[in-house]
Design a protein around this ligand. Sequence first.
Ligand SMILES: [Fe+2]
Ligand SMILES: [Fe+2]
Length: 230
Amino acid sequence: MSASPPRTLPALRPSRSAPGRGLDPVDRVLVEAQRALETVFGAPAARRPNPAADTPDIALDTAERRHAAGLMRINHVGEVCAQGLYFGQAAVAREPETKAHLLEAAQEETDHLAWCADRLRELDSRPSVFNPLWYGGSYALGVLAGLRGDGWNLGFVVETERQVEAHLDQHLQTLPEADQRSREILRTMKADEARHADSAELAGARVLPQPIPSLMAAASKLMKTVAYRL
Ligand SMILES: [Fe+2]
Ligand SMILES: [Fe+2]
């Protein structure tokens, strides 16, 4: 674990928004590994300011704080999964435009990831201990979706984003009333997720047939149950 990397990694930040062409296979694997490590163990930085920056941090009682932290941990895991999915999908996308589309959306998910991590810290809590598993599972799912072709790939984005949008709505209703900082973050995330779905639809997404949407909803329900506590 202490050895330094044997070769120079391509710079991560520019590669998140660039299609990543021109890299040899070993470099590509290293880029993917670096993205995974940064998402799961690092502290990815947001490009946009935290939407809650100007919102007062009202003191919550212990039960409220614990509940808010559980919900924000779920949202943080959701963003870890989004990174895994998008990077997995982008790794096998056929058209450069689809790949660029996925990596651009992933950058906004990085903002969400950083904002959720900030709020978890403010609530004296921590991310899910299972984040490596959530990332790995999502990445594998992203690769599988991407291998079906770009229409499926984008269809997967639409379905994911629509489900996340509905779930953020639910969290906005169940967060403690006083937790306005979490609310501000979730409102901005919800608007971004809706835009991600709309632009994937415009880019040629196909509608996913059953039982895929139901299986995705079931997997997300399992994730939410676990991540609320761990
Ligand atoms: Fe997101
Ligand atoms: Fe999104």
